[in-house]
Design a protein around this ligand. Sequence first.
Ligand SMILES: [Zn+2]
Ligand SMILES: [Zn+2]
Length: 248
Amino acid sequence: MNTTNRALSIIAFYLSEYDMKAVNALGFQTRSEAINSISHNVGNGNNYLKLRRDEFDALPESSSSRKGWRNRPPIREVVEMAAYLRQFSFDEITDIVKALIEHEDSIPVNLTDSQNDSVLDTVDENEFESLINFSDPTARLVVKTETGTYRVYNQSKVVQLKILYRGCCQICGINPVAQFNTNICEAHHILPFSESQNNDSNNIIILCPNHHRLIHKLKPDFDPEKLTFSVKGKDILHVVLDYHLRRN
Ligand SMILES: [Zn+2]
Ligand SMILES: [Zn+2]
């Protein structure tokens, strides 16, 4: 396998490591049901997920009872990803995997549901980002969509992706406050949510506050193939740390 789909690789690790426990936690009955449905949602052939799961199965530390693909030594990426992902608990990685899989369709909501909603009528990107990054993530955030209906914004994706990166920025690759053992990185929508209304994980990047400000200031274009930001055709910033964006 020469191509790399980072999100599917995480899911493949999860299915390898936890097998039926993972299948059931995602709401599926059988392995093949899980593979087919996830591949469909994440946008890749079923074979990819299956083959990559087999590669994780074949790792010497694997707890999987399946034999896996032992024809050749595992590629470095699989070894490194498994080592990184083993830091997370089953519950943590289950939530991360759900955040990677789920695609949200606009579900109209009844605004009289709760008096405590944060309701955004016109979505100003900066105001919106400060809400998703700095407000209580358990509070309900309701946004008006292009079609004029309201939908509940799923903040859990932002929360889970921040957990996945453990405080590190995808551009500089470091946790700027590591010595304080905390996480101040922020979620940024690559295509502004106010325009795209795309809250899928492949439209969210995790950035340190400096790089986040810089991106807002320069408004560069993003190339999802190269994982670079460019201004007037010139690459100015590269994603150096990626566990979820690369899908090809
Ligand atoms: Zn940074
Ligand atoms: Zn932003």
